[in-house]
Design a protein. Structure first.
Length: 169
């Protein structure tokens, strides 16, 4: 009778482990930048659409990912999976961070990018949200994060990326 009572919790734990979410932390990022972005000269406080200037609009500056990342350096994340980097001394700057997600099977999961600053996320050159549901086929996916820093940032810029899936990715 004692063997059966010991066997039941072991079976329950093994069954629960099958349904556990798998979190894949990104441990290395390719980094290119900082690239200085000049704030537009404001003759008036409103733009042609009647909206005031917002720094996050500087993220729309065009940077060709392939050419820009050709001379990238590798940054290692800390044990929590986050990287920190330096903000510019003056003005605004763009940084590109890149990493790859490799899938050897069909998998559905959520890509979560978190940071205190303004950024845009692209998967295979297509814009996605900071927390995006991805349906991945067996192949390699390039994720690029375009990050905007400013001299007025109050906290040091940092970035963290994880991929969460119900199946092994």
């Amino acid at each position: 009778m004692d063997r059966k009572t010991n066997l039941i919790p072991a079976l329950l734990l093994s069954a629960l482990s099958l349904y556990a979410m798998e979190d894949v932390k990104v441990t290395q990022f390719q980094h290119a930048g900082p690239f200085t972005v000049n704030k537009p000269i404001l003759a008036d406080s409103l733009n042609v659409n009647g909206k005031p200037f917002e720094a996050k609009n500087l993220l729309k500056a065009t940077l060709p990912f392939e050419q820009t990342l050709a001379n990238a350096t590798v940054l290692d994340a800390d044990t929590a999976g986050a990287i920190t980097f330096a903000a510019p001394q003056t003005g605004y700057a763009l940084h590109l961070f890149s990493f790859f997600l490799n899938s050897d099977r069909y998998v559905k999961g959520t890509l979560d990018i978190s940071s205190p600053g303004a950024f845009e996320v692209f998967v295979n050159d297509k814009p996605v949200g900071a927390s995006s549901e991805l349906v991945m086929e067996p192949r390699r996916y390039q994720v690029v994060v375009k990050y905007l820093t400013a001299e007025t940032d109050t906290c040091p810029p940092s970035l963290k990326a994880t991929f969460k899936s119900e199946a092994e990715a």
